[in-house]
Design a protein around this ligand. Sequence first.
Ligand code: HEM
Length: 227
Amino acid sequence: MKPKQPAVSLDELLEIPLLKALTKQQSLSQNKSAYERSFRKKESIFAPENQEDFILIVFKGKVRIYLGYPDGKEFTIAFLEPGDVYSSHSGTFAEAMEETIVWTIDIKAFSAFMLQDPVVLISMIKVLGESLANTIGIIENLVFRDVGKRLASFLLQAAREKGQASEHGTLVNLGLTIEEIASTVGTSRQTASTFLNRWQKAEILTLSRKSFILKDTHSLQTITEEN
Ligand code: HEM
């Protein structure tokens, strides 16, 4: 099938280097390896179980690339705009965020195209760089959230076991340095300090040398229960 003329002006398209290179590629349309597809807002473009292996190039609209899990949790990895490239074999979901037009190109045809024109590589590197940055952010959040929960649980348990009522809250003589607390919950001193200082600012606790005063047990308990 010869790809249809996209419903965007050619001038608009040609401002995007990858699309300019693509429109010059006779072979893509001649060997029936590229198709234009339209999607409505919220419509799925591909999912991890997708059997087809194709490269997607956004012509018009916006696409969200994300990881999704059966419990409903979603992590967004990238937002694609016109001229951006992604692949259906990446183990992610892709969803149109608005009326969207994409070209899907057979991966083998795309590989040949990629070797002929460095513009394609630049588009791929841009998207892969953004995806990597977002993925690192997601990993950091997950790791940090877990550390926060573990640290909060540890402090609550210490308060239950060793706490003494005092004027300002529950005084807990831990007898541990921040470094020792950090290694107990499996993190670095810097990360443990970040959390403890954050909670001190929020008036959940007050730190002193090898001890702390727990002022807001409820907030610390809530942290251990956060999703
Ligand atoms: C922006 C474009 C692309 C993205 C985001 C992407 C992403 C990925 C990801 C995440 C994987 C790992 C999949 C897994 O382990 O489940 C992968 C594997 C792979 N990709 Fe890509 N890819 C892209 C373009 C390409 C292109 C153009 C080619 C070929 C020329 C290619 C060839 C492969 C191959 C051969 C594998 C290994 C497959 C396997 O282990 O079975 N990818 N890619």
